[in-house]
Ligand binder design. Sequence first.
Ligand code: NAP
Length: 259
Amino acid sequence: MHDPVTSDASQASGVLIVTGASRGIGAACARAGAHAGYRVVVNYARSRDAALGVVADIERAGGSAMAVRADVSQLSQVEHLFAETDRHFGSVTALINNAGIGGAIVPIEDHTPQSLNDLFFTNVYSCIHCAGAAIRRMSPRYGGSGGVIVNISSAAARLGGIAGMVAYAASKGAVDSFTVGLAKEVGKEGIRVVGIRPGMIATDILEPIGGAALMREVAPSIPLGRVGQPEEIANAAIWLLGSGASYVHGTTIDVSGGR
Ligand code: NAP
């Protein structure tokens, strides 16, 4: 039976927005999404050249993509992101809420209202704002015909985060709760909501906490004995978007090498 709930990657007809897709996990998701057949919106906040590089890679490989600058922690810029998507590619059918920051690396008592705002606006409000904008396009209440939302969380939500990153862990815990609750709210409208908790993945986000040295130090404690690559998160995300995951809903999967 055809399942109208899911956007089927193999049909090559969906519109995918990946937030924070200029670098790291988001860039890998954008490339993998295009390879699966989506027209891909490569969102970025600051790294314009990198975002244009991702678009160029996708187009060179025969795919379709465009870059849209929007700070997704800000509702007005999220509205701009989705309006640009409507204008150029049509209504979004798949969203990967990936944009995120590690935030200030400090003992919890040294966080300031500003540092916490930066963290929670970027890691949590962005997911809520983008999901809201997507639901206005995916839900039959607004004339839509369903879709899939993937929220990128972190193993930190489960483990509590490494030293100095407790607030980051808490922000990702909020993302996990959001995935569970939103799935209940919109599941019957043909919108699947799922999450991924990446373990330690080799990207720029690790630079402020030690980069390559940290990865070497942590690798032996990971059951698979190594850190992950952005493409390994992207593979899971694209599977979750597709019809192969049609009954996966309201849950967050660990892609963490066993960590
Ligand atoms: P990254 O390499 O630092 O890339 C972060 C991306 O997010 C960049 O494209 C950046 O764009 C974008 N971004 C940041 N703030 C934004 C904003 N306000 N609006 C729009 N885009 C914004 O990080 P990553 O490791 O790929 O992380 C991606 C996600 O995975 C994050 O949610 C992170 O928490 C999560 N995660 C990562 C790991 C890991 O070990 N790498 C582990 C668990 C979870 P600009 O450069 O244009 O600002």
